[in-house]
Design a protein around this ligand. Structure first.
Ligand SMILES: Cc1ncc(C[n+]2csc(CCOP(=O)(O)OP(=O)(O)O)c2C)c(N)n1
Ligand SMILES: [Mg+2]
Length: 319
């Protein structure tokens, strides 16, 4: 199980992967945590609220033990009592741990069976998300189409907002360098600008930035740099004219939400006004057949701004 920020560090297709815990945790990770592990090994995380979310590493009762390894001793005991804090560089630690495990033959005979059992049912909130053909485009369907269209080499960068929760939950990470989420500071626009840095660093790979209309209203003009440098970035804007994460957050906390609507902006027209291509490909994505081909063709041909303007404004995801 990884934290949200570490999504991709271990391939989520590995037979022992439980996908990510913390924010937008998979149902595999949730079920595992709910079963109450007696020992947990946390590597290189500060175990903040986003990292823990609904997947507490060990239950609160006595007897359950957390072994916590990090370079920064300030992270120990902060949110979860730690039985064994270890200050270490992770690569050294992992190498020595592996040598010790092999030398002592410390393998649990139950590990694989437990993983198989947890993975026997779907890890997703909506198991059939990739085939959801409802007339108004559901966010999980948009994520599935984006993943299909982006191809195996694409790098995904997300901004901060409700769209990020869908991306975390539904995208499958297969490699360590394909997912970036700046969740430490959690600033809107971090992904919009970060996508430009990634594309400059390696222009040979497509960068797909999943972002919100609020973030684009804040920092979208960074697109001028992408245009000037001819960077292969696709901005997929969840355009539902609302600060959706704040809307749902206040709704959950206080039972009501007011005033989080924002003006509806035509981001494709806006991008075109300074020479960047835009195409409403995900309107096409709700057609029952050949949508993936349509999306693929457009994404391949046209880095630029693609707004998911039919995305359901009401949609929320369990955190
Ligand atoms: C610079 C900054 N301002 C405010 C926030 C608080 N905040 C977190 S998510 C969010 C709304 C994001 O709206 P949008 O970009 O439209 O994404 P959505 O949640 O609708 O998917 C806000 C205001 C923040 N994280 N960063
Ligand atoms: Mg929004």
């Amino acid at each position: 199980m990884t934290t949200p920020q570490a999504k991709g560090v271990v391939s989520e297709e590995h037979p022992l992967s439980l996908r990510n815990g913390g924010l937008s945790a998979s149902w595999w990770a949730r079920r595992y945590s709910q079963a109450g592990p007696d020992v947990a090994l946390a590597l290189g995380t500060d175990l903040d609220a986003c990292a823990i979310g609904p997947t507490r590493p060990v239950p609160g009762d006595a007897g359950a033990r957390l072994i916590h390894v990090d370079l920064d001793p300030q992270v120990f005991h902060r949110n979860v009592p730690t039985a064994l804090p270890i200050v270490a560089e992770l690569v050294d630690f992992a190498r020595q741990l592996r040598e010790h495990v092999e030398r002592e033959g410390l393998r649990s005979p139950r590990g694989r069976a437990l993983a198989d059992q947890l993975r026997a049912t779907s890890p997703f909130d909506v198991p059939e998300f990739a085939d959801d053909d409802r007339p108004q485009l559901a966010p999980h369907r948009a994520i599935a189409d984006l993943e299909r269209a982006a191809g195996p080499d694409a790098r995904f960068v997300w901004d901060i907002g409700e769209h990020m929760l869908f991306a975390l939950h539904y995208l499958t990470a297969r490699r360590p360098d394909a997912f970036t989420l700046h969740l430490g500071f959690g600033s809107m626009a971090s992904g919009i600008a970060g996508a430009i840095g990634q594309a400059i660093g390696d222009p040979s790979r497509r960068v797909v930035c999943i972002c919100g209309d609020g973030g684009m209203q804040m920092a979208g003009m960074e697109l001028l740099v992408a245009a000037r440098e001819r960077l292969p970035i696709v901005y997929a804007v969840f355009n539902e004219a609302r600060y959706n994460m704040v809307h749902h957050g206040t709704q959950q906390l206080y039972g009501r939400a007011v005033g989080w609507e924002t003006p509806w902006i035509d981001f494709e027209a806006w991008a075109r006004s300074f020479g960047v291509a835009g195409a409403g490909i995900f309107i096409a994505a709700i057609l029952p057949s050949s949508h993936a081909e349509v999306a693929k063709k457009n994404l391949r041909a046209a880095p630029g701004v693609h707004q998911l303007q039919a995305v359901e404004a009401q949609a929320s995801i369990s955190t």
